[in-house]
Design a protein around this ligand. Structure first.
Ligand SMILES: Nc1ncnc2c1ncn2[C@@H]1O[C@H](COP(=O)(O)OP(=O)(O)OP(=O)(O)O)[C@@H](O)[C@H]1O
Ligand SMILES: [Mg+2]
Length: 249
């Protein structure tokens, strides 16, 4: 399975990607989670401490002055050296990180991450791996193709106009590039909610994920949803959606 998840801020991208990654790893798959969001949402939902300056030692300036992976560090080595290991053996590679006190991320790390995400899809060492990506909020990263490894872009929308309009825009951008994109409704409380998402976005939903108080509780406690509430409705729905995505080719 090779997917990346996009959508407006707060729709549940990180909860979905982190939980899916853990579930697929438990099922025996080698899983690499790629986080291109500078805020540590995915690390939280995976249940791992996020590294302070991921990829900082992996990048350098080339002769042309541009940042790139240093000579001798390809995408495979970058993951081997700089990804952190989350519970269930999930590897997490984070693009850039805004330092806890604010300010700018380490220079060059975003470019290094983009290079990994551009090349990892073709790396023979990762041919059998499950790749799941968490894109930062809004359409920008979809537009500039931060997830070239993904066969499908999963666009999440909750039952609000703002998130629906963002989803519509991302779906259009992704399909303009002749890539596969599907719509998933999140934080759905009823069949009416699910129908509203479809109507607001203007297309049918591939799946829906329920609004689930247990997920909110997990966040309050700073725990990964799958650790706090493995049997919750949302985690079960993510597992079912994972099965469908795995068989979608
Ligand atoms: N199915 C759900 N039911 C209830 N609450 C949820 C659900 N999914 C996510 N949430 C809550 O919504 C909030 C945002 O979730 P999450 O961080 O996954 O969103 P995001 O799309 O990654 O946001 P951002 O764009 O800021 O990274 C969190 O407080 C999370 O606990
Ligand atoms: Mg997030």
């Amino acid at each position: 399975m090779r997917i990346a998840v996009a959508g407006k801020g707060g729709v549940g991208k990180s909860v979905f990607v982190g939980t899916l990654a853990r579930l697929r790893a438990r099922a025996g798959e080698d899983v690499l989670a790629l986080d291109s969001d500078p805020m540590p949402g995915l690390a939280l939902s995976l249940g791992v401490e996020s590294p302070d300056a991921p990829l900082a030692d992996a990048v350098g300036r080339g002769p042309d002055g541009r940042w790139r992976l240093r000579p001798g560090i390809g995408p495979v080595r970058a993951v081997q050296r700089y990804a952190v290991i989350a519970p269930d053996g999930v590897r997490l590679l984070q693009a850039v990180k805004v330092p806890p006190g604010g300010g700018s991320p380490v220079p060059g790390t975003a470019q290094g991450f983009r290079e990994v995400s551009r090349r990892i899809g073709d790396a023979p060492a990762f041919r059998d791996w499950t790749l799941v990506g968490d894109l930062s909020a809004g359409p920008r990263q979809s537009a500039y193709d931060w997830a070239e490894y993904a066969q499908t872009i999963v666009v999440l929308a909750e039952p609000t106009w703002q998130s629906a309009l963002t989803a519509r825009r991302i779906l259009r951008i992704v399909r303009t590039k002749e890539r596969d994109a599907i719509l998933v409704a999140t934080k759905v409380r009823s069949a009416v909610d699910a129908e509203r998402v479809a109507q607001m976005v203007g297309e049918s939903t591939f799946a829906t994920l329920p609004a689930d108080e247990e997920i909110t509780q997990a966040d309050r406690r700073g725990q990964a949803p799958i650790d706090h509430a493995p049997g919750s409705a949302a985690v079960r729905a993510i597992a079912a959606l994972g099965e469908r995505l795995a068989s979608r080719r």
